[in-house]
Design a binder for this molecule. Sequence first.
Ligand code: TYM
Length: 325
Amino acid sequence: MTRLSGITPSGPVHVGNYLGAIRRWAREGDPADLYFVSDLHAMTTPYHPQKLRGRTRELLAILIAAGIEPDTVFVQSDLLPQLGPLTWVLECACAFGEAARMTQFKEKSADRSHEGTPVRVGLFTYPVLMAADILLQGADEVPVGDDQAQHVELARVLARRFNGTYGEAFVVPRAVTPPAAARVRDLADATRKMDKSASDSAGVLFALDEPDLLRRKVKRAVTDSLARLEYRPDEQPGLANLLEILGACLDKSPREVVAGFSSYGEVKDAVAEAVIEELRPIRERTLELLADPTELDRIRAVGGARATGRGSHRLTTVLRLAGVA
Ligand code: TYM
């Protein structure tokens, strides 16, 4: 069984990415799996090439620092010669309406912070590139947070359609979402998910933030004035988010962790310390890896070669079935 998942260097990694995705990949990862930095996806909104290159390296280092087997990690753009043709084939299997229905496209294209800059066609078609990422490698399972499940569903639809129309080429993948911390929310506004590219990062706990900064951000987290120490996500979303983060760090349920606290301040102190302890080794190891560019380049090359080797046979089959090779 092959598991595959990716993460986009559209901003620094935050605790939602870590608890919802990276930590799980590190814990459950198998030598047959593939985890990658989806740098091509970061081009769907305005970006700086130099910053993108730096963030891609940083993210690669974080994945390895988090304990993911280095051989299973790669950078998406190293597979561009295969992903380009496959994305085109899949775009020709995807209905316009299917792409237009994607919630993330609707949200991001309506995002007011990008006002004045045109919405890129790449933002519209990127779920198809994501389908290519998944289908090229014949992934069976795609571990993602809630926000990406719809895109994996699209990959399933496209795989089935291609297989049914032109012949069996793809494994039909399925999304698997983590039981805890599937959607960590912004500490300053619990109606929003914690987002790498949020315009205001006051409520976003970045994996490489200094401990003091993490402490300050948690202290300022918005809760409520009910003074009720219970886990009630609908009525007390801010507190519930803190309890979910704490629970995920301690491998307990939010209901379990809420018992024993007598004030919101105590909850916040516990969250800050748990997050700091969870992130400390990753931060240290990431900084070490970034200080050794030769080793990081070597790891990148090995992972890229492995992923390219895996995908080439399937791409040849797909192009032949599609009548273009
Ligand atoms: P990205 O970079 O937005 O997110 C990476 C992973 O982190 C999860 N995640 C969260 N989990 C909990 N709480 C949050 N607030 C939160 N924000 C993000 C996401 O669900 C995801 O699992 N398009 C994808 C990357 C990608 C990909 C793929 C994934 C590219 N190709 C193929 C799977 C398969 C993305 O931008 O994820």
